[in-house]
Design a protein around this ligand. Structure first.
Ligand SMILES: Cc1ncc(COP(=O)(O)O)c(C=O)c1O
Length: 411
């Protein structure tokens, strides 16, 4: 890690006073944790359930028991069996295992992978890496709201396709795909395909059942559904062939070496239990806060574009708007001074100042993509939080526009 960056970061922190309130809306980059999930994780540490779950002593057996019970909870929430879950330590790792692991096991001779053009980079990059070993990657376009173009999708599926990967819910613009429809189209054209879905942003936001959707693999990430960081999971339908992509000492599972992060998985299961029990109430609350934020911004600031669909076709937590004649990074800094934490564009591109590939795929111009801000509400946010944000966004934008080098008809 560069030491000059540490110096800059210390200066930036010092420049912040004590804000009146703090509202964390950057759940895309790093999620908030339900207090109950955090407590479950801490209790697991206190109760020796950090022990290695495949070692033969009491602490190990108790760890194994807790791990198995957590797995039943997580698997049950998505309609899977415990034996169909493989843990990794993040969603990124699970997406890599799905794509590269399936390719390593692929003896069919089929060499085509089909993804949508707005997949998370932890899907696109491993899929691209397979080009080096002879795979062909097809990125299917989406419409202006991020829905996969069905005709182009259908045309992309032929007898040479071995793997398809389309996210159930887009992480940046909240588009809720008609995943079941896409699976049907794909299986109709080629019954031998493996269908993987990145369900990281679907969990707890939309009903998600692997059997109902008829998917073969699904990626989950604990911190993206209000569990602690350090736990990801890949659902692999019984019978689907995947090879390990990392090698080392195995524990309870065949596909991911090293000791399982049992306390984080216990926290993950607690978050899932809460999402399951309160699903309708949480979704209704997030939808209310989301719409309050969207309507409040659109009615108080000029020259704003909403990215992604509206209503039930949008994830209940997702707010993504482009402020024209502004740089997204300038907005994140300006709002940070008020204790409001949001992300600019995509999580993965914000450090290198590249416009988000998702927004460009919708047909947004570079300048529109550059001024985009992504906010995620959660069941832990309140209307007071949103009111506080709405009080500060207009002044932040007008300040940035007044000093911005990007001039349009305002500024
Ligand atoms: C859709 C999607 N997939 C995968 C990931 C990667 O998950 P993780 O942060 O657990 O590596 C993210 C993270 O933001 C995501 O939004």
């Amino acid at each position: 890690m560069p030491s000059d960056m540490l110096r800059d970061v210390k200066e930036l922190i010092k420049a912040h006073g004590t804000p009146e309130r703090e509202v964390y809306l950057d759940g895309e980059n790093s999620g908030m944790v339900f207090p109950e999930a955090l407590r479950a994780m801490v209790n697991a540490y206190r109760g020796l359930r950090f022990a290695h779950p495949s070692i033969t002593h009491r602490a190990g057996w108790e760890s194994y028991e807790a791990l198995y019970e957590a797995t039943e909870t997580i698997a049950g929430f998505i309609g899977a069996e415990a034996g169909e879950i493989t843990y990794t330590h993040s969603g990124t790792e699970a997406n890599n295992l799905a794509i590269i692991g399936a390719a390593l096991a692929n003896k069919s001779g089929r060499r085509k992978i089909v993804v949508s053009s707005i997949e998370h980079l932890s899907v696109i990059f491993p899929a691209e890496s397979l080009r080096k070993v002879g795979y062909k990657l097809v990125e299917v376009p989406v419409d202006r709201e991020g829905f996969v173009e069905e005709e182009a999708f259908s045309n992309a599926i032929d007898r040479d396709v071995f793997l398809v990967s389309v996210a159930a819910v887009n992480h940046e613009i909240g588009t809720v795909q008609d995943l079941k429809g896409l699976v049907e189209i794909a299986r109709d054209k080629n019954p031998d395909i493996i269908f993987h879905t990145d369900a990281v942003d679907a969990l707890g936001r939309v009903k998600f059942d692997v059997r109902d959707l008829d998917v073969d693999m699904a990626t989950l990430s604990s911190h993206k559904c209000y569990g602690p960081k350090g736990a990801g999971a890949l659902y692999i339908r019984d019978g689907v062939k995947v090879e390990p992509i990392l090698h080392g000492q195995l524990s309870t599972q065949r596909l991911w070496p090293g000791v399982e992060n049992v306390p984080a998985i216990i926290g993950f299961a607690k978050a899932v239990e809460l999402l399951d029990r309160n699903f309708d109430a949480y979704v209704a609350r997030m939808r209310r806060l989301r719409d309050m934020l969207i309507e409040g911004i659109m009615s108080s600031v000029e020259h704003v574009i909403l990215n992604g669909p509206r209503g039930a076709r949008r994830a209940p937590d997702n707010v993504n708007v482009s402020f024209l004649f502004c740089e997204g990074e300038a907005i994140t800094v300006e709002l940070s001074l008020k204790g409001i934490y949001v992300s600019s564009g995509s999580a993965c591109t914000s450090r290198v100042l590249e416009p988000s590939h998702v927004l460009l795929a919708l047909g947004r111009l570079y300048e529109e993509a550059h001024g985009s801000i992504l906010m995620k509400v959660s069941p832990m946010h309140s209307e007071d939080d949103i009111r506080y944000v709405l009080r500060h966004v207009p002044e932040a934008i007008s300040r940035i526009r007044s000093i911005s080098p990007i001039k349009g008809e305002v500024g």
